[in-house]
Design a protein around this ligand. Structure first.
Ligand SMILES: Nc1nc2c(ncn2[C@@H]2O[C@H](COP(=O)(O)OP(=O)(O)O)[C@@H](O)[C@H]2O)c(=O)[nH]1
Ligand SMILES: [Mg+2]
Length: 285
């Protein structure tokens, strides 16, 4: 088992999101571009119930560019308006705003026909923890008034944030819970940082990550940790020890500090220092 945790408050979160959705024209579903399937919430389709939706693949700077293009094609073929996003720089936010406004055009036209003119498009962001909801809100409003952090929660006193002339964004995103039914999904959530580090078995997650790296990304391991392909051991525990030694994670007596080595590998993976990764592949569908 990777995960020893089960999310509570699901029903309450779901109820709150349902209430908020009543006010909304368009939903922005934020997914992690590295794991567009694993970062999707299982009940979102039911929650959103046919409301216009734009799928935003965030952290696209950390995902394999060609795979993100494949995912966009995939989602579009399923009828979803989809954009790639990097909320750490704001890349893609203009396109996102345009798409959100397009999705709402039909509804606004109906309102206009009823005599309600010039109403702004109302949108809210939905996504699992750490997918970048607060970062995106900050990017969209252009100031740092929405707090970033990894504390999931739903607030009471909501506000509309003005984004440009035609769009209003709910200041509190809907925090969805991640899928927990599948150990492979749990691994991907853990390794990308979607679930807190203290609720999964870090030792096992790192060994699984090393297995993937040692199979499909050997040249990246060599480059990052300054080893030759011949030096790479097949055994992942040996690989961990090698990386630890190479990075100077040693205790007194020259014993490898495995905990430190694991931390380094995880940080390198999550920050993009080992390159871009897409762990969910559309080709696997
Ligand atoms: N590289 C990268 N990091 C991002 C991006 N969006 C958010 N982050 C980082 O991901 C972490 C979680 O972001 P946050 O906005 O707090 O997520 P939230 O829990 O969904 O509100 C923070 O460390 C952000 O800096 C992105 O597009 N690219
Ligand atoms: Mg947040």
């Amino acid at each position: 088992m990777h995960i020893h945790w089960f999310p509570g408050h699901m029903t309450k979160a779901q109820r709150m999101i349902r209430e908020q959705l009543k006010l909304i024209d368009v939903v922005i579903e934020l997914l992690d571009a590295r794991i567009p399937l694993s970062s999707a919430n299982p009940v979102i389709a039911e929650l959103v119930e046919g409301k216009p939706k734009v799928v935003a693949l965030n952290k696209s700077d950390l995902a394999e560019t060609a795979q993100t293009a494949e995912w966009i094609r995939h989602f579009r073929s399923q009828g979803f308006t989809t954009v790639a996003l990097d909320s750490s720089t704001g890349k893609g936010t203009k396109e996102l705003v345009n798409k959100v406004e397009q999705e709402a055009a039909e509804k606004l036209a109906k309102l206009t026909a009823k005599g309600i003119k010039g109403r702004a498009v109302r949108a809210m962001i939905l996504g699992i923890p750490n997918v970048g909801k607060s970062s995106l809100i900050n990017r969209l409003i252009g100031t740092a008034t929405a707090k970033t952090g990894d504390k999931p929660g739903v607030t009471r006193g909501q506000q509309w944030l003005k984004v440009g002339k035609n769009l209003e964004l709910l200041d509190t995103p809907g925090v969805l819970w991640p899928r927990m039914d599948d150990q492979e999904v749990a691994f991907k959530l853990a390794v990308t940082g979607a679930i807190k580090d203290d609720i999964y078995d870090m030792e096992k997650v790192i060994l699984d990550l090393l297995r993937i790296l040692n199979t499909d990304y050997r040249e990246r391991l060599c480059e990052r940790y300054k080893v030759t392909p011949e030096q790479l051991p097949d055994d992942v525990e040996e690989l961990l020890a090698l990386i630890g030694a190479k990075r100077g994670c040693l205790r007194s007596g020259g014993v490898v500090d495995y905990e430190k080595a694991r931390r380094i590998i995880l940080t390198d993976f999550r920050s993009g220092k080992l390159g871009q990764f897409t762990l969910d592949r559309p080709a696997q569908l």
